[in-house]
Design a protein around this ligand. Structure first.
Ligand code: SAH
Ligand code: SF4
Ligand code: F3S
Length: 459
């Protein structure tokens, strides 16, 4: 019999990309073959962070529902549509009528069996419930898209309930993977030549890994050095970084995302002292105004946030800092927005992810009025983008004429390649294919909008 085929379409953050790599592994193990043109099964991995992502999901469902496929079994007239990932309760109710299978990402290992049952004519099977509390799906060894950069979730879910945010409702409560599992995974990745380890979590600063009594501490010399910490019951993010940093090999460690309320002095010290930990931090501020931060339930003030920026820069003078910010939060006045603009001018970010507020059903923000007009949101986004362009340009200037180590990522066009510095600066240079996935040294020779230009000085 011909193999069944599938296609994955994912939206949202790196967590969803990482989950997609696990879905691939599950499908491959069940003998399904990837086919992006005419798949028997389309797996949609949703993101609910903004309405626009949900609108795109809706379109995909429409397109795939109308697409007739080459029907070998004589049962389906179109691909089977599977919905997983981050979906809000209200949307689940809408989408369940439109898709064939709804499945909680935590139960993804069951998907092939469910697909086969469904193909035999079983009616809709609903397996999407965020109340599932077993996280065995993290045991699935992912089929990674990259041979040199690896996404490694260290936790999932969130307990913070920022008033605008869908994540606590789609991913459930915070769960930290046992430290040994993470260390073992990273150790294997590094042995297999991975150069960049990206630790993922909605709030990595609150990582709280406990010993998993069932799994043994990996038996390596380096990790033995930290055994004393692991014998205590709680392993902090800082402990985890130090133990990963102690692994042998030439590799970088990055992490996303940090919450300003949980960024400790200890973590700043760890970042400084660990040579493999990249001197780059994404520290989402979300608003530059204390009254707005309060309504957002962020639990810190702008004064506290700026103090953190000061500490980070004092401790690591070359650190690059990025942020996430929302414009047009309900009831945000011009004056309050001006405080966000002022913060941007003061902090001088290297990068920022600026989002226009989008009301998410079921969140606390629904009690407020979404009264900033779309045009005004756009205008505020533009103002922050303009400030960012200037500060990023100013910050990038200091790299000119200096040497930088970069990890080569890909070819852009004829002869032009692109890589990143540890400070997450994009560098364009004339290169060769065999450099992809390798560390090289470049001399920074110029700038392009948000990035840099460089020349290879050795290979
Ligand atoms: N855990 C991270 C953020 C995860 S969500 C943190 O605590 O900062 C990624 C980004 O999406 C957020 O930083 C925020 O800027 C944006 N975002 C979240 N909800 C949003 C909403 N309702 N409207 C617009 N942007 C939103
Ligand atoms: Fe959302 Fe806030 Fe949790 Fe980040 S910390 S995922 S913004 S609720
Ligand atoms: Fe979206 Fe879920 Fe990430 S809602 S931003 S995919 S955690």
């Amino acid at each position: 019999m011909q193999k069944k085929t599938y296609k994955i379409k994912a939206w949202g953050c790196a967590m969803n990309l990482s989950d997609s790599e696990r879905i691939k592994a599950v499908m491959r193990a069940a003998d399904f073959k990837e086919n992006n043109i005419q798949p028997d099964v389309v797996i949609l991995v949703a993101c609910s962070i903004r309405q626009s992502a949900i609108d795109r999901l809706w379109w995909q469902i429409q397109i795939n529902s109308q697409k007739p496929i080459d029907n070998r079994q004589g049962i389906l007239k179109r691909p089977l549509i599977v919905l997983t990932g981050c979906v809000l309760e209200t949307d689940k109710k809408k989408f369940e009528k439109l898709v064939d299978i709804l499945i909680d990402i935590k139960k993804i290992e069951k998907l092939p069996v469910i697909i086969n049952k469904k193909s035999e004519g079983v009616k809709i099977i609903k397996q999407l419930s965020n109340s599932a509390t077993d996280y065995n799906y993290f045991h699935v060894s992912p089929v990674r898209d990259s041979k040199f950069s690896a996404l490694v979730p260290i936790m999932t879910g969130c307990n913070n309930y920022c008033s605008y945010c869908a994540v606590p409702y789609t991913r459930g409560r915070e769960y930290s993977r046992p430290a040994q599992k993470i260390i073992k995974e990273v150790e294997n990745l590094v042995k297999n030549g991975y150069k960049e380890i990206i630790l993922l979590g909605q709030n990595v600063n609150s990582y709280n890994g406990r010993l998993d009594s069932k799994s043994k501490i990996p038996d390596t010399k380096q990790i033995q050095n930290f055994k004393f910490k692991f014998q205590n019951d709680v392993i902090t993010f800082s402990d985890l970084l130090r133990s990963l940093n102690a692994l042998n090999g030439d590799f970088w460690i990055r992490f996303f995302t940090s919450h300003p309320k949980d960024l400790s002095d200890e973590l700043i010290k760890t970042m400084k002292e660990c040579d493999k930990v990249c001197k780059y931090i994404n520290l989402p501020v979300q608003a530059g105004d204390n009254a707005t931060l309060k309504k957002m339930n962020r639990k810190y003030s702008i004064q506290h946030y700026k103090k953190l920026i000061g500490k980070l820069r004092k401790s690591m003078p070359n650190i690059a800092i990025s942020t996430d910010i929302i414009v047009g939060f309900p009831e945000e006045t011009n004056k309050q927005f001006e405080n966000s603009a002022k913060l941007f001018r003061d902090v001088k970010y290297d990068m920022a992810y600026i989002a226009q507020f989008s009301m998410r059903p079921g969140t606390a923000a629904t009690k407020l009025k979404d009264n900033v007009r779309k045009e005004e949101k756009k205008h505020r986004e533009k103002i922050l983008t303009e400030i960012l362009k200037k500060t990023a340009w100013q910050n990038n200037k200091k790299y000119i004429g200096k040497l930088a180590k970069i990890l080569v990522e890909k070819k852009i066009k004829n002869g032009k390649y692109f890589g990143k510095t540890e400070s997450y600066k994009h560098v364009m240079f004339n290169g060769k294919k065999n450099l992809i996935g390798k560390f090289i040294m470049v001399k920074i020779s110029g700038m392009v909008s948000f990035g840099l230009k460089g020349k290879i000085i050795n290979t």
